[in-house]
Design a protein around this ligand. Structure first.
Ligand code: GRF
Length: 188
């Protein structure tokens, strides 16, 4: 069995979708959720779905080896950032080369970087009259949203669309494609 761990900061709809997708799999499963916010909804979802979850603070993540040591002990085949808002520290990346991926709700390299998350991204798409947007799944490196792109898929943005409409289209793409891309990466 391949072992997936997920880092999430907020609602965790992608985390839940990944957990459920791999419940039926003989090849992989989500074994641990890591969360930097003790009040995040993702922790309730993990509990409901019976997946172990732990929250940690910034010091444990960036200044000590606390999170790194736990991560090493879980022996993940893939570390999936799903709505995780902190920069991933270099000392952890170094130990898991080409094993950390992220999903971004736009077509990188556009609409990426610090502050470009959630509705900020979709509002910018509307403000700039973009006619398309999409999702990007990419490897994580030491800079926000700059690692090698693994997968992108687009959707149209019509003139009538609000930022909320765009968010709904993106959510649909994420639900459909993210688990499949994770599965494919684990099979490679
Ligand atoms: C998703 O749109 C994802 O692309 C981005 O953060 C959002 C997380 O949503 N990185 P959720 O917490 O999975 O519901």
């Amino acid at each position: 069995m391949k072992r997936i761990v997920i880092f999430a900061s907020g609602s965790g709809s992608n985390a839940e979708n990944l957990i459920k997708f791999f419940l039926d799999s003989d090849h992989a499963s989500v074994i641990q959720i890591f969360c930097n916010n003790p009040h995040a909804k993702v922790l309730d979802r993990a509990k409901r779905l019976g997946v172990s979850a732990l929250s940690f603070n910034r010091v444990a993540f960036t200044k000590t080896d606390d999170v790194l040591d736990i991560l090493k002990a879980t022996e993940p085949d893939l570390i999936v950032l799903a709505g995780f808002l902190w920069k991933f520290p270099e000392h952890i990346l170094k130990c898991f080369e080409n094993k950390v991926i992220n999903i971004h709700p736009a077509l990188l390299p556009k609409y990426g970087g610090k502050g470009m998350y959630g509705m900020n991204v979709h509002n910018a798409i509307i403000q700039n009259n973009e006619s398309e947007t999409g999702i990007t799944i990419h490897y994580v490196n030491e800079n926000y949203d700059e690692g090698a792109i693994i997968f992108q898929v687009t959707c149209q943005v019509s003139k009538q669309d609000t930022a909320e409409d765009v968010a709904a289209k993106i959510h649909k793409l994420e639900m459909e494609y993210f688990p499949k891309v994770v599965e494919q990466l684990l099979n490679e």
